[in-house]
Design a protein around this ligand. Structure first.
Ligand code: B16
Ligand code: MG
Length: 216
């Protein structure tokens, strides 16, 4: 019997991957690096600084910038990304999210956000679902990013559960790997990537019944 739900944000609650892509692509172009949508898949679930590192390696420029310069570049990308986030509304929630969160509330099942995004609280407020969550893990307090399981362990701790007592929802391979590594039941939300490692694979949250999932 499961007692809590742990949600990734980008790709599960809303689809901000495209906004990340616009902001990264602009920054990459400025550095003479060409990225495309296929490459963007490799940035899903990956922290801001790790994403920048991947872009620099991809463009063969990993040794061209100091740490301070990289921090400035990451800040620039974030400034652009936050500008793009201003237009988010509840219409940007992925199908079935509101219904699923309401059903979880009816069952008195706590919900936690385990996102690599430092912008998660702001995004949840724009989507008007901030109050549906019992906790949000602060990614700046983590030692390691996904695929390390730390964020999912911390999310379960926030609602006084062991990872085995929770269900984790993820759209990225790195996230599914982290969920499985701590013994949590993994629901893979397949948008663009296929998630063979997940215990259950769905396209949209409205395919799931909260009652059935709690029996897993
Ligand atoms: P920020 P998730 C992740 O969100 C995104 O998938 C990833 O592309 C992004 O780099 C990361 O958040 C950090 O976001 O720059 O806003 O702190 O999928 O873990 O919810
Ligand atoms: Mg994601």
């Amino acid at each position: 019997m499961k007692k809590g739900f742990i949600f990734d944000l980008d790709g599960v609650i809303t689809d901000t991957a495209n906004l990340h892509y616009i902001a990264w692509k602009d920054l990459a172009t400025m550095m003479d690096i060409e990225i495309d949508l296929a490459f963007n898949e490799r940035l899903k679930g990956i922290s801001r600084m790790d994403s920048l590192e991947r872009i620099l390696v991809y463009g063969g420029k990993e040794n061209d910038f100091s740490l301070a310069q990289k921090e400035t570049l990451a800040e620039e990308k974030n400034k652009h990304y936050v500008e793009l986030l201003q237009d988010l509304t509840p219409k940007d929630l992925l199908p079935g999210v509101t219904e699923f969160l309401s059903a979880a509330r009816d069952y008195q099942i706590p919900c936690v956000v385990a996102s690599a995004s430092k912008n998660a609280p702001f995004i949840l407020q724009k989507l008007e679902v901030f109050n549906m969550f019992d906790a949000i893990v602060d990614p700046s307090t983590l030692k390691k990013g996904k695929p390390d399981p730390e964020i999912f362990i911390r999310a379960a701790e926030a609602i006084n559960l062991s990872p085995k007592e929770a269900v984790g929802f993820e759209d990225a391979r790195a996230g599914i790997e982290g969920i499985k590594a701590c013994g949590m039941f993994a629901v893979g939300v397949e948008t663009t990537e296929s998630l063979e490692q997940a215990d259950l694979r769905i396209k949209k949250l409205n395919e799931l019944s909260v009652g059935d999932l709690l029996q897993k």
